[in-house]
Design a binder for this molecule. Structure first.
Ligand code: NAP
Ligand code: GFB
Length: 331
């Protein structure tokens, strides 16, 4: 495996695969990088390039093309996106739509123009219809409007699935997509206003502990979520890149039985952070989608023996990482 610099890359003769990871500096990208650099998951015929927005703004077609000319990717894990939790989505649905539609169209069309052999893009279990039967599965993406809190992000993500099918139908391109559930782990966005629930609660618990104040959980605590640890998701992304051959997307999630309430998630954070203060619930804040219970039956059919990190352990590891990296963490 050739680990190459993030910006300047020189093809090494034995590296027949040049894997470009867009969004490589984010939560999921950093987990994949850890796996292929320190985790021994890289292969001798693979060169990995991890990009951030500093390498180029992917909403810009010219900057996107320049990155492809520089790196000449054969494969792409496409993670780059405008991303955020419930409250950021509620505030910026138009920006989530425009930024992500531009990024996705630039990546997919440039990948087609450069003859990229395979692209694995990223949807989310929060883009499925809000009014639906459960558990949700991969066939249900377009069966109705998404939850109103994040319609901009959801419709932009759904267009990736439409584009993947269109590039296959018209040009035979092998473009597919993974559909992760809520992800958490080291290198997450711990910003309390814009981030997701677990990093938000971890950051709030850190401050509540430091200042001797209560920890406030937003909403009622009743909504339910399935959480996947970023390092588990990274292992699954490597499998999708190397082994999964469908254009149809695949849900990457823990099982329905691992779904927890926001209250239970908060209690996990309290335990992992050794927070002994009061836990408050601010029901004036939105609960967002009550639940989006997804089936991982398709994944388990392919990988019946895949083991997820137990949720309490993953929360503890994330809390420890945040406390050890507080100064440099995104917050
Ligand atoms: P993240 O931590 O916010 O990282 C986003 C990445 O995209 C960063 O590397 C960022 O670069 C890059 N990026 C954003 N705008 C860009 C632009 N205009 N040009 C180039 N790069 C840009 O996100 P994440 O949580 O890792 O999410 C990765 C993927 O998983 C996304 O497609 C997201 O929709 C999907 N997903 C996430 C979750 C979740 O719970 N986190 C759940 C389901 C699906 P900078 O670092 O330079 O800003
Ligand atoms: O992760 P989150 O922000 O997004 O979770 P979603 C929101 C849920 O957690 C709501 C509660 O029920 C909130 O009331 N919550 C409690 C908190 N305390 C907090 C807190 O401190 N911060 C946050 N953020 N929530 C997102 C979608 O939905 O899922 C995105 O909007 C994205 O598009 C993401 O796909 C994966 O899970 O509700």
């Amino acid at each position: 495996m050739c680990q190459l610099s993030e910006v300047f890359v020189m093809a090494e003769p034995r590296c027949s695969k040049r894997i470009l990871v867009t969004g490589g500096s984010g939560l999921v990208g950093k987990a994949i990088e850890k796996l292929v650099t320190e985790g021994g998951a890289g292969r001798s015929d693979e060169a990995w390039i991890f990009l951030s927005s500093k390498d180029g703004d992917l909403t810009d077609a010219g900057q996107t093309k320049a990155l492809f000319e520089m790196h000449k990717p054969t494969h792409i894990i496409h993670l780059a996106a405008m991303v955020g939790g419930l409250f950021r989505n509620i505030k910026y649905n138009l920006d989530f739509w425009r930024n992500n539609v531009h990024i996705n169209d630039n990546i997919l069309h440039t990948a087609y123009e450069f003859g990229v052999q395979k692209v694995v893009s990223c949807l989310s279990t929060c883009i499925f219809p809000d009014k639906t039967t459960y558990p949700i599965d991969e066939t249900m993406i377009h069966n109705g409007p998404p939850h109103n809190s994040n319609f901009g992000y959801s419709y932009a993500k759904r267009m990736i699935d439409v584009q993947n099918r269109a590039y296959f139908a018209q040009y035979g391109c092998r473009f597919t997509a993974a559909i992760p559930t809520n992800v958490f782990g080291p290198h997450d966005n711990f910003n309390i206003e814009d981030g997701h629930v677990l990093p938000g609660l971890i950051h709030k618990a850190y401050l509540a502990k430091k200042n001797g104040t209560p920890l406030t959980v937003w909403g009622t605590g009743k909504p339910r979520r399935q959480f996947i640890y970023s390092l588990d998701l990274a292992r699954l992304f490597l499998w999708v890149l190397r082994e999964y051959d469908e254009v149809e997307p695949i849900i990457l999630s823990v099982g329905e039985e691992d779904e927890v309430s926001i209250r239970e998630a908060a209690e996990s954070v309290v335990g992992a952070m050794n927070f002994t203060g009061e836990l408050h619930f601010d029901a004036t804040k939105s609960d967002g989608q009550f639940k989006k219970t997804a089936s991982n039956a398709k994944l388990k059919n392919y990988l019946p023996d895949f083991q997820f990190t137990p949720f309490p352990q993953a929360v503890k590891d994330t809390c420890d990482w945040f406390c050890s990296n507080y100064d440099s963490a995104r917050k």
